[in-house]
Write a protein that binds this ligand. Sequence first.
Ligand code: FFO
Ligand code: ATP
Length: 199
Amino acid sequence: MDKKSLRQAMRQARRALKPDVQAERALSLASQLKQQLDIQRSQRLALYLANDGELDLTPTLKYFWEQGKELYLPVLHPLAHNRLLFVHYHPKTAMQKNQYGIWEPKWTGKNAVPTWTLDHVLLPLVAFDRQGGRLGMGGGYYDRSFAFLRQKGRMPGPKLIGIAHDFQEVERLDLEPWDIPLHAIATNNGYHLSKTLNC
Ligand SMILES: Nc1nc2c(c(=O)[nH]1)N(C=O)[C@@H](CNc1ccc(C(=O)N[C@@H](CCC(=O)O)C(=O)O)cc1)CN2
Ligand SMILES: Nc1ncnc2c1ncn2[C@@H]1O[C@H](COP(=O)(O)OP(=O)(O)OP(=O)(O)O)[C@@H](O)[C@H]1O
């Protein structure tokens, strides 16, 4: 199946999930993530607000807030083409909708952190494989924003953890040269370290 058809099929399948099923899956995901020692030690954690049937991180987000972690959300960069800023998110953050209708924090010029200082980034997937391959919405936003992770001898950077419904797994995705591999994948049903990365 080509990328475009795979995207369409997966997006349609996840949009078809009923709200009660989504809610139950969101709780299962939270319990998967809570168990990960590495994530428990994270200070700066980026998440997303679910859109288009994506696996919902709301219970996860509330739990990590209670744990005192600093949480961040992706914001479409106002200047750099198809890049993301990571803006601090707390219960009183002023929010607005972006061009895709997704809620994001208002960027004040002061409330974003350098991307490399994040400890973990939970990012939404359209499809994934067990090798750490990912298919996103197609804008290349995460690929561009984390392109620096491909450099040798780079700064330390965040671990990328893909989030998806279990049925979004495929046998193998063809990797593009710009694709950023994932460290792990969390679903409603399990937590899988990528086979290609030892971490
Ligand atoms: N929840 C969530 N937040 C996110 C992302 C995401 O995938 N999920 N992103 C991850 O990159 C960024 C936004 N990227 C997006 C890219 C495309 C579309 C989208 O719906 N595209 C339409 C057509 C484009 C248009 O309307 O102009 C489509 O494909 O139907 C949405 C978000 C940042 N925030
Ligand atoms: N580091 C980069 N520099 C320049 N262009 C890039 C980079 N990464 C990706 N792109 C471009 O972005 C486009 C979308 O890439 P792709 O289809 O892999 O998106 P995706 O991984 O599904 O999306 P996302 O990263 O938003 O989840 C491609 O046309 C690609 O050329």
